[in-house]
Design a binder for this molecule. Structure first.
Ligand code: ZN
Ligand code: ZN
Length: 384
């Protein structure tokens, strides 16, 4: 696909349709794995413009090839979050308790706009567009789409994520890790229990749990290369019922995150060893359950540089800004296990409310910019 000289005209033509789709999706936020209406709306929009999407019925999500022989891909996610949207937002969620608070409605609209522009270009080397469900879910929709072979044969895959820290008009780019892995773990501690008057005669599980909370992050860090960023934090502790009874069971849950792809492979083993060393002296029984959820997103250097060249050709070099790494997780990482690719941040600041918060408000200007940047990046990536 050649860089379209008339890209501005093509984007202007696609934009009203993309905005209409974004507003429809925003009014209809749906949970991960249950994006039925969302899938139907996107499918209808694509078909009404003569495209031939493939749905994943009975599962949600869909994909479409635009042009023959797709060599490059664009991924959008489509799910929403269990957050009440404040009244007064325009458009506003019509699905109480649910809100597009991560901007996936914009991602889907941008992907749709890209499809319309690429269709007008009739490229010899086409583009595959994925509308992926359940980015916020576990294990996430990306791993399913990878399993279905939907990125097999592609030479590169890109995605945008709206960024409320960046004004519309800017694209945040980074080579290497951009989001962290996100693994979940649970630790169940067991002991004989007893009277809090005589903790020396039993195993004090509350004390053991406190030691784990304080000592495990540092002990884990001491086992890994100091150059590999890692964070471990607990989100839940449950155990005991009353002041004077030492419990027989106590449960802790948390997440471990790293930006180091190789370390990610080794983390379950390192956790097991570190925990067993920590608890050795206490006498507490324990069971560790560790779920390797998603690897870090590690942006491919060639894909980033090609995409950036394309975006700069469309907007000028001032549109590209460096973007920091996030210790949040993004299941786009699952695709990058199979195909080189990159995730970019797309400026979308309006109210400065954060993602995953009811205060999030999207600057819709990011949609036209996303379509143009996407087409520009994909056209540059589609050359061998
Ligand atoms: Zn999110
Ligand atoms: Zn998101």
């Amino acid at each position: 696909m050649k860089f379209p000289e008339n890209i501005g005209v093509l984007v202007e033509r696609a934009l009203p349709h993309a905005l209409e789709l974004r507003r429809k999706l925003h009014q209809n936020p749906e949970p991960s794995y249950h994006e039925y209406e969302t899938t139907r709306i996107i499918e209808g929009a694509l078909e009404s413009h003569g495209l031939e999407p493939h749905d994943r019925s009975p599962r949600t999500g869909l994909w479409v090839d635009v042009g023959d022989h797709p060599v490059v891909g664009f991924r959008a996610d489509i799910d929403a979050l269990p957050i009440d949207e404040p009244e007064g937002n325009i458009p506003v969620s019509l699905n109480p308790g649910w809100m597009h608070a991560c901007g996936h409605d914009a991602h889907a609209a941008i992907a749709f706009g890209i499809a319309l522009v690429v269709r007008d270009l009739e490229p010899e080397r086409g583009v595959r567009i994925l509308f992926q469900p359940a980015e916020e879910g576990f294990p996430g929709g990306a791993i399913e789409m990878v399993g279905e072979g939907l990125v097999d044969g592609l030479t590169s895959l890109i995605a945008f994520h709206v960024d409320p820290a960046l004004d519309a008009g800017y694209v945040g780019a980074r080579t290497g890790p951009i989001t962290a892995s996100a693994d979940k773990f649970g630790i169940i501690l067991t002991g004989p229990g007893g009277h809090t008057a005589r903790p020396h005669q039993t195993v004090d599980l509350v004390e053991a749990a406190a030691r784990i909370v304080v000592d495990l992050p540092a002990a884990l860090r001491s086992k890994i290369d100091a150059r590999s960023p890692l964070t471990l934090a607990f989100g839940s502790i449950h155990g005991g019922t009353i002041e004077n009874v030492i419990p027989t069971r106590l449960e802790l849950k948390g997440t471990v995150r790293t930006l180091d792809r190789e370390l990610w492979d080794q983390l379950p083993g390192i956790m097991e060893k570190t925990l067993s060393n920590l608890l050795n002296m206490s006498g507490a029984g324990y069971e560790l359950s560790y779920q390797q959820a998603i690897p870090p997103v590690v942006n491919d250097a060639r894909v980033v540089s090609r995409a950036v060249d394309g975006i700069e050709a469309a907007f000028g070099s001032e549109a590209i800004v460096p973007t920091p790494t996030s210790m949040g997780g993004e299941d786009f990482a699952n695709y990058l296990e199979v195909v080189p690719g990159a995730l970019f941040r797309l400026g979308a600041a309006k109210g400065r409310g954060d993602l995953h918060s009811s205060s999030f408000q999207l600057d819709e200007a990011c949609i036209g910019i996303g379509i143009k940047a996407g087409v520009a990046a994909l056209s540059n990536l589609s050359h061998p």
